[in-house]
Design a protein around this ligand. Structure first.
Ligand code: HXC
Length: 514
């Protein structure tokens, strides 16, 4: 018998041990799993198939010539998630700190080529010291090859990045080009330059977590879309996200047995949305009441909470929900909300996910900070995204729809397909008080009883504008519907739009105001 099988066995054992037991133990001590343990959690049991298992680097110098770890610090391959093929790479921190050299980078690039060619999602599990210092420009070149492929695959296959350790320097830009970033609390960090460089250059003192931890990126920067307390939870969450996504841009998102009644009446909506336009309420309750089984996967929950976006199902079909959130800043649109909404809308449009928009907003947030920050440019992204989207677009005005925000939020004028309003909806250029103060300024200034005059004009204004019927009379709303019938009407609307086709004039690409 030849020794070939035993050689294979020995090589497989070696590759499975990554950087060795001591380094695996260190990884576990930090509360981290190994690359292979992570892949096992990501995939359906026993479905992972490895590729490029025995690839090694060809670098020399700085001690590289004495060690050629099999696999070169990254495990690549495919497996199944709920029966669907998904490609994934997992950087192995136990091998040269998961650093990315030429062979490591090209392994990832080849995997990306396979995912793109075969129309399957790509998941990257990142845990790396960044560019492999010993390999110099070859490391940088390999990063460039990955970035190029991330950009080319964008809008064709879903791309998901999971940050499970360090992700620093230019390395952050591969995740940043992908569709969704998950970060695990405590052990994941993303930054362009670490705390020491920050201290040297700007004299700011900051630790790893405050500079680039999960909380910072999920909240302030908006770089991360999802966070979780540990790796098991984060990988479960990745599987859940994938359950809403199609394999690629040529197929539909996966339907599921609804497990909820398409004809279910939703009278509770009447209580959930207060009549008083000044009263705040949590729109999550409205969303949960309308969708199948209250099952909502919110995206960027902590960032710009004045706009809620996420995935749900209506009668078993995936939808993207975009909603103002009156519980936060009264549901205004601001810079962060516009960026968040614009990006989510474009993702849904790229992957055939119909948009359901819930409107309750007093308008754009006024202020010097917003103007200086470019609310004009950022707000334009959301208009652009809605106007550009050719997926079915259904909207429901819950209560307030004022000013530019009325137009932005999937209005008929941006070619929303079916637009509905609840009976208490108010559609106007602005709220009654502000409007009366402007248009009756002179009269109020000279009136002997300005308050009484103001109240009379407010009453008049309310009567004319604080109802949905003027807009309905113009055909800007397709119908005014009762709270109880809302779920079934949304489902019926989406059903009527299921085969929507909308051709766009040929062009290379548009020029979204980035
Ligand atoms: C080569 C590296 C490495 C790297 C870590 N290692 N980073 N080897 N290139 N970039 C090795 C270490 O030498 C060590 O090897 C092992 O990985 C584990 O590292 P430790 O430092 O022991 O681990 P830990 O204490 O957990 O610290 C992790 C770390 C730290 C925070 C990531 O290693 C670190 O700061 N590394 C450098 C990070 C960095 O500056 N990278 C370049 C970023 S710029 P042994 O053999 O001792 O186990 C960049 C540009 C990309 O990436 C540009 C793209 C366009």
């Amino acid at each position: 018998m030849s020794d070939k099988p035993s050689r294979l066995q020995a090589m497989r054992s070696e590759v499975n041990l990554g950087g060795g037991q001591k380094r695996i133990d260190r990884q576990h001590e930090k509360g981290k799993l190994t690359a292979r343990e992570r892949l096992e959690l990501l995939y359906d049991p026993g479905s992972f198939m490895e590729t490029d298992t025995f690839v090694t680097h060809r670098a020399s110098g700085f001690g590289m010539e004495v060690s050629h770890p099999l696999g070169d610090g990254v495990v690549t391959g495919w497996g199944k998630v709920d029966g669907h093929i998904v490609y994934a790479y997992a950087q192995d921190f136990t091998v040269l700190g998961g650093s990315l050299g030429e062979a490591h980078g090209l392994k990832i690039a080849r995997l990306m080529d396979l995912a793109l060619q075969n129309g399957a999602p790509l998941v990257g599990l990142n845990d790396s010291g960044g560019a492999r210092i010993q390999e110099g420009v070859d490391s940088l070149a390999a990063y460039g090859e990955i970035f190029y492929r991330n950009a080319r695959a964008s809008g064709i296959i879903p791309q998901i990045s999971v940050i499970l350790g360090p992700c620093a320097g230019g390395a952050v830009y591969s995740p940043a080009i992908t569709d969704f970033i998950f970060m695990v609390e405590r052990t994941a960090h993303m930054f362009i330059t670490g705390p020491e460089v920050v201290r040297a250059v700007t004299h700011e003192t900051v630790d790893f977590d405050s500079l680039g931890g999960a909380a910072v990126h999920a909240g302030r920067s908006g770089v991360a879309h999802f966070t979780a307390k540990d790796e098991r939870t984060v990988l479960r969450s990745v599987r859940r996200l994938l359950s809403f996504l199609p394999d690629n841009n040529l197929v539909q998102p996966p339907d599921q047995a609804p497990g909820d009644d398409a004809q279910r009446a939703t009278p509770e909506l009447e209580q959930l949305v207060p009549v008083d336009p000044q009263k705040a309420y949590d729109v999550h309750a409205v969303i949960r009441c309308l969708i199948d089984n209250g099952d909502f996967m919110e995206v960027q929950k902590q960032h710009a909470p004045n706009l809620v976006v996420g995935f749900a199902r209506l009668d078993g079909h995936v939808v993207g929900v975009v909603s103002n959130q009156p519980a936060h800043l009264a549901g205004v649109l601001d810079i962060d909300a516009a960026d968040k909404g614009g990006r989510f809308i474009r993702f849904c449009d790229a992957f055939h996910i119909p948009l359901v928009t819930l409107v309750d907003t007093p308008g754009f947030l006024p202020g010097v900070e917003q103007e200086y920050g470019g609310i004009i440019r950022h707000g334009a992204k959301m208009i652009y995204a809605y106007a550009e989207a050719s997926v079915p677009k259904v909207s429901l005005i819950l209560r307030k729809a004022y000013g530019g925000a009325y137009i932005v939020m999937s209005s008929k004028h941006l070619h929303g397909d079916l637009n509905f309003a609840l009976p208490n909806a108010e559609i106007a250029v602005m709220g009654p008080e502000g409007a009366v103060n402007i248009i009756f300024r002179k009269e109020l200034a000279s009136a002997s009883t300005p308050d009484a005059v103001r109240q009379e004009h407010i009453r008049e204004y309310r009567e004319k504008f604080t109802n949905p019927y003027t807009a309905a009379a113009r055909g800007y709303l397709n119908d005014v519907i009762s709270p109880a019938e809302t779920r079934m009407r949304l489902i019926a609307a989406l059903e009527s739009l299921r085969n929507k086709r909308q051709a766009a004039p040929a062009r290379k690409h548009g020029n979204i105001p980035l």
